[in-house]
Design a protein around this ligand. Sequence first.
Ligand SMILES: Cc1ncc(COP(=O)(O)O)c(C=O)c1O
Length: 348
Amino acid sequence: MVKLRSITRFPIYYQGMLSFEKSKELPFPLEEEKVYFYGYGRYALYQGMLSLGLEKGDHILFPNYICNVALAPAHYLGLHVDYYEIDELLKPKWNKIDKRIADKSKAFLIVNYFGFPNDLVKAREFCDKHEQFLIEDNAHGFLSHLDRTPLGTFGDISVFSFHKTVPIFNGSAMVINKHSISMVGDGENNLISEKRTVRFIVKTLILSIRNCLSFLNVNKVADKKIDLNPNIEKEQEFDLQSYFISISNYSKWFLNHLNINSVASRRRKRYFKWLQYFQEQKEYKVRIIFPELKPGIVPYVFPVITNQSEILLDKMRQCGVECYPWPFLPKDSREDYLSGKVVCFPLS
Ligand SMILES: Cc1ncc(COP(=O)(O)O)c(C=O)c1O
């Protein structure tokens, strides 16, 4: 039986994660011709929407299972959000989407949930048929692949949120994959202060050491009390302007020195551990959303669906496992099947 141990929600440092020399081959999208770096994925999405020429009053299709922060750029630009449904495997319900297309629909956004490739080929066919831009939200899927093709290469534009996968204070990107689309920049953005970066590094170092010590059975209760109601709208996250931030120099350096094989294999190994844990345990009734981890996939978390999310979250956090519900749904998404039932287990 797999034993539980303390594990933090956020990525931490570990041996072998970095190489001292700049990596010879950087992963997609770091060396792309049309890649633009920012502090946060939501700002990258905003820049992407601007580059697609989306304007106030245009319609955009979002999945109804989405975190409210991903909507912030659409709201900021005055776009009208139409929602499409997804099934229990987190794939779009394709037979219902045609009806969601409006006269003013311009773009279709698909999410590679938790680093797993979504129906990207079908999404491309759908967008070509209906003359929609395809936005690939790959905020969870840095380093992940569909067969041998990196996620983030399928959309007309795509976005990444590197800070979710590796321990950097901030870092995101918007990539333009389609030749005919040009970057439409929107002015200067702020650089994060060195002081905050140093604070972040010290905090992450402490977390990393604590994680290392957990093999001594220092089972510490997870730090923050979790908000068990994922359906509460967090208004402050719609304040997009405070996220108009550049990628920090530390984040850039870190990404350029990353040992990607080590990051990928550690995340995959931890995924298999959770898989084993949930297959063996009898205490909680959970449905594993992705029971298969194909080669090339680099998962963001290990997600399960359960009707016992409160109990599961509470008990796990008492063991020091910083699991959490995802997402904070937007008020108007009308998602009811998954709402409050998805619990994510970290792979840090
Ligand atoms: C699917 C998705 N897209 C975009 C974002 C925004 O990323 P960031 O937090 O870097 O702004 C998130 C954040 O959680 C997300 O889950």
